[in-house]
Design a binder for this molecule. Structure first.
Ligand code: FNR
Length: 184
């Protein structure tokens, strides 16, 4: 496939609705797009003392981001912000100074919650970070997914209403990644 997307899910739990969303939404992309979820659960807590000798999982994460044409973040909201595990992954791959793996990678942001605001505040905090990291981030449509009965079917596919909306989102994201890939 022509375009590789690194998917970062901001939840470590097995039955994560955000992981379910990530697994379902990638099925809406065209065949020239390949998505791979990055592992972030084995990263050390970021410590600047380790910048000169980063741990193997950090090196792996950075290599996977470097090889990607774009990044897709799918995050829950914890206490009105992004989960610490996601911030930790972002921090680890952003260092040492001047050697961030994120810079220039086009990004998309999605998130799900059982609550009515669908992780909107977590996504807004995340966008602030991505702006600093110099990641051109798709602005619209925003996708604040409230998971309820019928959001996913028994096979993990999206229910009809949310599928139509996220198909529109994916079409825009695909164009966004292609646009930035062409500019490199
Ligand atoms: C939550 N949850 C939550 N939901 C929300 O809409 N806004 C919030 O601020 C929070 N805060 C929060 C903090 C912590 C520590 C937990 C564990 C949970 C609920 C959260 O959206 C719900 O548990 C999701 O299912 C978590 O996402 P995953 O793990 O299913 O992807």
């Amino acid at each position: 496939s022509q375009y590789r997307i690194a998917v970062v899910v901001g939840s470590l739990r097995k039955d994560s609705i955000n992981r379910q969303l990530a697994n379902a939404v990638v099925r809406l992309a065209p065949p020239e797009f390949e998505f791979r979820q990055l592992q972030i659960g084995d990263l050390p807590l970021y410590n600047q003392d380790d910048d000169a000798d980063q741990a193997a999982p950090v090196k792996r994460l950075k290599a996977e981001i470097a090889a990607a044409d774009g990044v897709l973040f799918v995050t829950p909201e914890y206490n009105r912000s992004l989960p610490g595990v996601l911030k930790n992954a972002i921090d680890n791959a952003s260092r040492p100074y001047g050697h961030s793996a994120w810079a220039g990678k086009p990004a998309g942001v999605l998130g799900a919650s059982v609550g009515a605001i669908g992780s909107a505040l977590a996504q807004q905090h995340l966008r602030n970070i991505l702006a600093y990291l110099d990641m051109p981030t798709l602005g619209q449509p925003e996708a604040f997914i409230q998971v309820k009965e019928g959001t996913f079917d028994a096979d993990g596919n999206l229910g009809e209403g949310v599928r139509k909306f996220l198909q529109g989102w994916m079409d825009r994201y695909v164009d966004w990644v292609k646009f930035h890939a062409a500019g490199r």
